[in-house]
Design a protein around this ligand. Structure first.
Ligand code: ADP
Ligand code: NI
Length: 225
């Protein structure tokens, strides 16, 4: 598996990066170009450590949120289709296109009770990088940015978190952002797929858990005399 890109591959990466930046630059729900840049860098570090194909990893990282169901008016995920449409005219080998599209289609979290294991090493690197950006200080910021963008309350103690058993159920959720911690964010640490990803998730997970506990302590004024 090559770790260096050839001139043609670098030109494809540059063009896809340019278009992804254009497509995501106005996002204010935590899926902006900077999210893509962070996922790209972490995924490439994982690829290097794990010996994954760098070209596939970088393409999938760049394309993974263009066409994500959360940004589509009808809630349908068209990420795989967009990957095929963008990469085919750039003369990317069909096998690579299928691999990248498959990673994007399988990437998203789909509910607490829904397995989303990635069959390939390249997919594991991109999925772990995306999940690392959903926890820790930045992950917490993104969760509230996403909730705010959908008009959701920060917290609603009158309702309970739900561990969704299907993607449809998960997609339809509209509850307060704090429930998202129980429903997704605090579950991610145990779903990391690479050894380095698992290690890097530990500290971010601890920080996320502490934030969650403090939030509830402050909500109930348990932290003041
Ligand atoms: P995934 O593909 O696993 O959903 P993304 O990169 O698209 O991952 O990130 C989803 C981001 O949106 C996360 O940071 C997550 O915290 C945030 N988010 C906040 N509230 C919700 C929600 N109710 N449903 C889905 N995502 C949410
Ligand atoms: Ni993402």
């Amino acid at each position: 598996m090559g770790s260096e890109l050839d001139v043609m591959q670098q030109a494809v990466i540059d063009e896809v990066a340019r278009r992804a930046e254009e497509a995501l630059s106005h996002d204010a729900s935590g899926h902006d170009w900077w999210h893509i840049q962070r996922v790209r860098h972490v995924a490439l570090r994982l690829a290097e450590l794990e010996g994954a194909d760098r070209f596939v990893v970088e393409l999938a990282a760049l394309l993974h949120d263009v066409g994500d169901w959360k940004s589509q008016a009808d809630g349908k995920d068209i990420g795989g289709r967009i990957a095929r449409e963008w990469l085919t005219p750039l003369d990317v080998p069909l096998e690579t296109i299928q691999h990248v599209a498959g990673i994007i289609e399988g990437l998203s979290f789909k509910g607490a009770g829904v397995a989303t294991e990635m069959p390939t090493l390249e997919g594991k690197c991109v999925q772990d990088a995306d999940r690392l950006d959903a926890i820790g200080a930045i992950g917490i910021g993104r969760a509230f940015a996403f909730g705010g963008s959908r008009g959701r309350a920060m917290h609603d103690p009158a309702t309970a978190a739900v561990l969704h058993q299907s993607f449809d159920e998960y997609k339809q959720k509209s509850g307060a952002t704090l429930h998202h911690f129980t429903e997704k964010l605090l579950l991610l640490k145990d779903r990391m797929q690479t050894e380095s990803g698992r290690q890097w998730a530990e500290r971010r997970h601890e920080f996320t858990r502490e934030f969650y506990e403090r939030f509830l302590a402050e909500w109930d004024s348990r932290d003041v005399g």
